[in-house]
Design a protein around this ligand. Structure first.
Ligand code: ADP
Ligand code: F6P
Length: 490
C-alpha cells in the first residue's frame, strides 16, 4: 500500500464516472465547487485523495492524475440513498442552508451515514503515512475527524466546511447534533468560509458539550481544537489562461452571434439547486419583461443549470418548477427564433464556461444561501477586458470579498429588479473600476493562497504548504469530451 504525507478526504474524487452514450465508463471532472477548487492545486502535489468515484458497486481502478493518487471508496445503492442522498443532502444540506427547503429527519439514514463515514476514515488511515496530515472536506464527512483520531492518534487532522455552518437555533434541530459536533471536533483545526460559522460552532460546543471557547479555539475534555475562516477560491490563472485563448474568444463571439447579437446578455450558471435562487431571478426577469423594462429583441437571458442530485425528490420538483416557468416565460414573451430565456440543463467543460462568462454583460448570481459561490469568482477571473457587471447575492460567501459587485437581497424581488436594471445600465467606466478592484482581490486570494493559509494554520511550520506547487497548473483533466460552443450539438 502506497502511503502519503498529505491525504485529502472528500465525498467526491476529482473525476466522476459518467456513463457514455454507449454505456462505457467516461471520466469527467466532478461537478461542484469543492472538486473544482481542490483539483487545481492537488494535481501536481504528491498527495492521496480519498473519495467516491460517482457510481455504485465495487470501487473502480483509477490511475493517478499527475502526482496525485486517487483512492476510490465504494458505495452500494442503499448507501448512496442513506448517506449521500439522505442524511448529507436531504438533512444536512437544507438545514445548513438556512432551511430554505424543509430538512428531512429520517432515522434510518443515520446508521448508513455513520457506516460510510467509518469507511472513509478507514481508507484515510490506510493511506496516511506515520504523522501525516489528513484534510477532511465538508458536511458529508462530519464524523471522519473523530473516527480518524481514534484509529490514528499520530495524525494531524484538518476539517474544512465548504457550505455555511448554521446558527445554533438551526443546528439544534438535528436529532444527532451531539455526535455530529463531536465528530467535527475530532480535528485539530476546523475551517469555515466565514468567521460567523466559527462563532456558531463555538456557541454550540459551549452549549452542547460544556466547552471553553475563545474566538479561535474550543477546548473540550482537555483537547483544544482551533477554528478559523479560510474563504475558498478558484484557480485564477487557469480561468485567465482559458479566457485569453483564441479559440475561447472565438467561441464567445460565436455565442453572441448565435444569440442574435442582442444589446445585452444576462447569464446565470448554477448547479440546479434550490439554494441558488433560480426561481427568484426568473420571477424578477419575467416581471421586467412584463412591465416593458426589458425587450426580448434587445436582451437575452441564458440560464445554465447543470443537473444535480437528480434522484432527490426536492431536486426533481425544483427542476419541474423551473422548466415550467422557463416554458411559461418563453411562451408569453418569446418570439419565433427569439426565446426570452435560453435554458441549458447540461454540464459544460471549462473552456465552454470561460466562453459563456465572456459573452455575458450581466452575470446574475442570486443564491438564497451559499457557502462561497465560485461561479461569481470565475466570472470575474474570466473578464480580462474589465467589462461586464456582476449582480451578486448578499447571502453568498463571495459577497464578503467581491464588495464591488452589485449586491442584492434575492428575496426582495423589487430590489432584485432594480439592481438588474442598474447593472444593465451602468457606465463602462463604473464597471471597469468595479471589475479591476475585484480582479485585484482575486489575484491575491486564489486557490493556492487558500490552501497555503489553511495548511500553514494546520501545521504551524509551513512544511505542509511547501508540498503545494509554486503556481497552479493550467492543464486539463484527460478524456473530457471535445468542446463545441455551449448549446451546440455535443
Ligand atoms: P456549488 O459548489 O454549490 O456547486 P459553486 O458556484 O461554488 O457552487 O461551484 C460550482 C462549480 O461548478 C464551479 O466551479 C462551476 O464552474 C461549475 N459548474 C457550474 N455549472 C456547470 C456546468 N453546467 N458544467 C460544468 N461545470 C459547472
Ligand atoms: O461545494 C459544496 C458542495 O456540496 C460540495 O461538497 C459538492 O461536491 C458540491 O457542492 C456539488 O455537490 P455534489 O457533490 O452533491 O454533486
Amino acid at each position: 500500500m502506497r502511503q502519503s504525507s498529505l491525504v485529502v478526504v472528500a465525498n467526491r474524487l476529482p473525476l466522476d464516472d459518467n456513463a457514455a452514450p454507449d454505456g462505457a465508463c467516461e471520466w469527467r471532472r466532478s461537478p461542484g465547487g469543492l472538486a473544482s477548487a481542490l483539483h487545481a492545486i492537488l494535481q501536481p502535489t504528491p498527495a492521496t485523495w480519498v473519495g467516491w468515484a460517482g457510481g455504485v458497486g465495487p470501487a473502480p481502478a483509477m490511475s493517478d492524475i499527475g502526482s496525485l493518487r486517487l483512492r476510490p471508496v465504494s458505495l452500494t445503492e442503499d448507501e448512496l440513498r442513506g448517506y449521500y442522498e439522505g442524511f448529507a443532502n436531504s438533512t444536512l444540506w437544507p438545514l445548513y442552508h438556512d432551511a430554505v427547503q424543509q430538512p428531512v429527519f429520517n432515522r434510518d439514514w443515520w446508521e448508513t451515514y455513520r457506516m460510510v463515514n467509518q469507511r472513509f476514515a478507514d481508507a484515510a488511515a490506510e493511506v496516511a503515512e506515520e504523522g501525516a496530515a489528513v484534510w477532511v472536506q465538508d458536511y458529508h464527512l462530519s464524523l471522519v475527524p473523530e473516527m480518524l483520531r481514534d484509529l490514528r492518534p499520530d495524525l494531524l487532522i484538518g476539517f474544512f466546511v465548504h457550505v455555511p455552518f448554521p446558527p445554533p437555533e438551526l443546528f439544534m434541530q438535528l436529532p444527532r447534533r451531539v455526535e455530529l459536533l463531536r465528530g467535527m471536533l475530532g480535528a485539530d483545526l476546523v475551517g469555515f468560509q466565514r468567521e460567523q460559522a466559527a462563532h456558531n460552532i463555538a456557541q454550540l460546543a459551549r452549549k452542547l458539550l460544556g466547552a471553553v471557547v475563545t474566538d479561535d479555539a474550543i477546548t473540550v475534555e482537555g483537547r483544544t481544537v482551533r477554528t478559523g475562516a479560510f474563504p475558498v477560491s478558484i484557480d485564477v490563472a487557469e480561468m485567465r489562461a482559458l479566457a485569453s485563448r483564441p479559440d475561447v474568444v472565438g467561441q464567445a463571439k460565436q455565442l453572441r452571434h448565435d444569440l442574435g447579437q442582442p444589446k445585452r446578455v444576462l447569464l446565470s450558471v448554477d448547479r440546479l439547486d434550490y439554494t441558488k435562487g433560480i426561481e427568484h431571478r426568473l420571477t424578477a426577469y419575467s416581471e421586467l419583461l412584463r412591465d416593458g423594462y426589458v425587450k426580448v429583441r434587445d436582451t437575452v437571458m441564458v440560464q445554465v443549470a447543470v443537473p444535480s442530485r437528480e434522484r432527490v425528490e426536492s431536486y426533481r420538483d425544483l427542476r419541474d418548477r423551473i422548466e415550467g416557468e422557463v416554458g411559461r416565460i418563453n411562451g408569453e414573451y418569446g418570439r419565433v427564433g427569439e426565446p426570452a430565456i435560453h435554458y441549458l440543463n447540461q454540464p459544460f467543460d471549462r473552456s465552454q464556461l470561460a466562453a459563456l462568462y465572456q459573452t455575458a454583460d450581466v452575470m446574475v448570481v442570486t443564491p438564497l444561501r451559499d457557502g462561497m459561490n465560485l461561479v461569481a469568482k470565475e466570472f470575474v477571473a474570466a473578464r480580462e477586458d474589465g467589462a461586464g457587471a456582476l449582480v451578486l447575492s448578499e447571502f453568498a460567501g463571495s459577497a464578503a470579498e467581491l464588495e464591488q459587485a452589485f449586491l442584492v437581497n434575492p428575496h426582495d424581488v423589487d430590489g432584485l429588479k432594480e439592481t438588474l436594471l442598474r447593472a444593465m445600465e451602468a457606465e463602462p467606466a463604473d464597471l471597469e473600476a468595479r471589475m479591476t478592484a475585484m480582479r485585484r482581490h482575486l489575484t491575491r486570494h486564489d486557490i493556492l493562497a487558500w490552501a497555503r493559509a489553511y495548511l500553514t494554520a494546520l501545521d504551524h511550520t509551513g512544511r505542509l504548504a511547501e508540498q503545494l506547487p509554486a503556481d497552479t497548473p493550467r492543464r486539463r483533466v484527460p478524456r473530457q469530451r471535445s468542446a463545441p460552443p455551449p448549446g451546440k450539438d455535443q
